[in-house]
Design a protein around this ligand. Sequence first.
Ligand code: AGP
Length: 609
Amino acid sequence: MCGIFGYVGKNNAVAIVIEGLKKLEYRGYDSAGIAGLKDGEIVFCKEVGKISVLEKVLLEKKTVLDLAIAHTRWATHGIPSENNAHPHFDMNRSLALVHNGIIENYAELKAQLSAEGVVFQSDTDTEVIANVIAKYYRGNLPEAVNAALPLLKGAYAIALVHKDHPGKIIAVANQSPIVIGVSQGEVFISSDTHALASGTRDVIFLSDNEIGVISTDKIEIFNCHNEQIEKQTETLKYSGEEVSKGDYEHFTLKEIFEQPQTIRNACSSRLMEEYGTSFFEGLAEHLADLHTVERILILACGTSWHAGFVASYLIEEYARIPVQVEISSEFRYKNAIVAQNTLVIAISQSGETADTIAAVRELKRAKAAKILSISNVQGSTLARESDFTIFLHAGPEIGVCSTKAFTSQLVILSLFALQLARMRHMNIEEGRQFLEALKKIPDQVSSILKQADSIAQIAKKYAQYNNFFFLGRQYMYPTCLEGALKLKEISYINAVGYPAGEMKHGPIALINEECPTVALCTNHKTFDKIVSNLMEVKARKGPILAIIDESQEKVSAIVDDVIRIPQTIDSLAPILTTIVTQLLAYFIAHELGAEIDQPKNLAKSVTVE
Ligand code: AGP
């Protein structure tokens, strides 16, 4: 995790890196810091808490720099404190360094350096990097970095300044991204392209173990043999994406309300109604013939994994292709068997999730399968490393809890499932009916959003509980997992998503007056079954809040509260049902006064293992 931003150029570097850092705050917000050079000395400032705290101090001090590196931290090694905040220095304060990632062998390196007389100020692995580089420094900075890198085990990105090298920033990437943005008389470095938005769209991506030596007039890139290499500048499309909260109190609420539009964006130019199928531009050229796909392996984490889990039901039901859904961090160390003709689908909103990227890299190294990724971020690491990427076009998702990206992922996965199905068993009429149902979804989402006030009232009542179950069957099982995750992450209430039929195999022991169930009852095929499961909950005095659709009556008599949503087909019901669980989590968190957009201990982009 953590975000790095740097600038060298004609303007005040302090203001520019603070702006850049704010766009990277989704990567962590435990502390923030900045370093630069003035009169041959290192200048720095670091503060615990959000970037706004650092910004205030810098404004008070009226700090002006023509070059700066900056960092927003998500603590891995060492508590969030000023001491552990970046930048870190070598013992002689010759260099200042910021870092994203983890140095896995930092303890051994630290012990070795300590034995050699180095005194450490922090608990971080970052300070070890600074001192290893300093140990090898003989006047040539890229050579010192190159000597140090082979000793560092793990995935990391680094930016540093050295007092002997005024006007220069050194940047390094190793399985963690660094992008260099080039403009007239100024250069930026960033952990992602999104933070560069207003600065430049001409970029150079550092590949693993490449060292960038960056100044206003030139950018030199060295490989691990200290040879200077040529790198192409790529021009990113400027999307003109808007990142303000508008009239909304939180980004999360704004993003929930954007969903009618983001769902339309996900569908845009991808529906072939006449043929009852879908179309993704460029897909056919990049992936082997989709007719020959015999198995699908889905890799993702968190909410993206939930989208993949929903897709496994969809693809198996419609296309009759067996689907394996894996949590990336588990898959990586599993020694998994990937059968021939497997298509891998990697799902990541950010495209920067370390575990998903690592799992994809391993599959690519083994030439095990073609990789299709689904991401929201053009130029992201995952997009660059996949054979083909389908983009969500949902616009930047700023709230740490994923909302609009999830429903866009579901739309794209259902369109992809439709395409596979139409290539196999599904006839044109069935395809058209599916698209008809999908086309209604944006308006149906709007009608659910109109119920926000009444959902807020219900949330007031349920905010008093400390433990929740989310129960559902079939398509509603992964939807429950997502509903429970939303509640956990923004309201800090314990919530467990569970397949309703499994309750009697153990968890029902926890049901009592103090433990409400949010019952997701919008799966028609299993409706009678979930009603029976709810009777079992009721018999044990568990309060029940049911989400049902207009066609369902039976459940009202046995539940305490009901939220009604428009009717759709089972495979699309996760989208509509999720809008309710998002609003419920939002309003419960709001009622409890929780920090909604940036919940404690979390970061939006999880760039460490
Ligand atoms: C979602 O609300 C979470 N913040 C988290 O689970 C997230 O979905 C996960 O970290 C995966 O992120 P990605 O989609 O960017 O890979």
